[in-house]
Ligand binder design. Structure first.
Ligand SMILES: Nc1ncnc2c1ncn2[C@@H]1O[C@H](COP(=O)(O)OP(=O)(O)OP(=O)(O)O)[C@@H](O)[C@H]1O
Ligand SMILES: [Mg+2]
Length: 265
């Protein structure tokens, strides 16, 4: 298969059980290259578990389930395969916490994105090729946090850290971004900037984006397609314009309507 047209992720019949609880229950979804998809659903519905399964951070249940990333099988019969390393090189991961190495500067964190392409010793001794340093500064500039390049990552605000993680994905040369609640702890203006950056990477750079969101209005505004999980099952997969209040009540339960109107009030 041509890697440029292979799906970002093909998830087939995937289950993931923790003890007695099925975090994912027979999930099948396919996200094409260049798509931008929102993953929504109530707390505990399996969104993070699905992203972690795609990135091979934990094995899925043994059985028929398989996961392919850019055409390479990364999970099969309950095992993470050797192809996962290569797949991870193509995926930029932006998670709400543990995004950056706290004691390193923002610049060094972004440079870590280039590590996969360099002989190990260069990264270890901080001997970065000039072209990579320039790429890192350009990426920081592009995401709007170049003024903070020298600051330790653990002293940056949440929004600055999220943008730093996006810069790292750019330097990494990622072909897709998996973002787990990248805007959950951000004020509305910072959240909008992060979402607009993801849209820009999708539209201008052709990166696939899978983003979990708690805010349904963000999903509708920024993503054409929405996948909704409920208790580990896919309960909606279609255009975000199809998410009317009836569907949202199906996804989030009858209290959704009250919560929605309280939020608007
Ligand atoms: N490491 C773990 N050990 C045991 N149970 C887990 C583990 N990780 C997740 N679970 C359980 O799996 C289910 C799905 O969790 P997951 O984190 O994927 O939900 P989520 O949709 O991302 O929720 P949220 O919106 O709150 O982030 C939950 O019931 C959770 O308690
Ligand atoms: Mg989660």
């Amino acid at each position: 298969m041509n890697p440029s047209t292979a799906a970002v992720a093909s998830v087939r019949d995937v289950s993931k059980t923790y003890g007695a609880r099925k975090a994912l229950d027979g999930v099948s979804v396919e996200v094409a290259a260049g798509e931008m998809v929102a993953l929504i659903g109530p707390s505990g519905s399996g969104k993070s578990t699905l992203l972690r399964s795609i990135t091979g951070l934990h094995p899925i249940d043994p059985g028929i389930g398989t996961i392919q990333v850019f055409g390479e099988t990364v999970q099969q019969n309950g095992r993470i395969t050797g192809a996962v390393r290569k797949a991870r090189g193509k995926l930029g991961m932006i998670f709400q916490q543990f995004n950056l190495v706290g004691r390193l500067s923002l610049f060094s964190n972004v440079m870590l994105g280039a590590l996969g392409r360099l002989p190990g010793w260069r990264g270890v001794f901080g001997v970065w090729p000039r072209a990579d340093k320039e790429r890192a500064m350009a990426a920081l500039h592009r995401v709007g946090v170049s003024d903070y390049a020298a600051q330790r990552a653990n002293t940056l605000s949440g929004g600055q850290q999220q943008r730093g993680a996006i810069a790292r994905a750019i330097v990494q040369g990622a072909q897709a971004i998996l973002a787990d609640e990248p805007v959950a702890s951000l004020d509305p203006v910072s959240a909008r900037k992060v979402m607009e950056l993801l849209v820009e990477l999708n539209k201008r750079d052709g990166m696939g984006v899978i983003v979990t969101l708690h805010q349904v209005d963000y999903a509708i505004r920024y993503c054409n397609r929405v996948i909704a999980l409920q208790k580990g099952k896919v309960v909606y997969d279609g255009p975000s314009t199809g998410l009317d209040s009836k569907r949202l009540i199906e996804i989030y339960g009858p209290e959704y309507e009250d919560a929605f109107w309280e939020a608007k009030a």
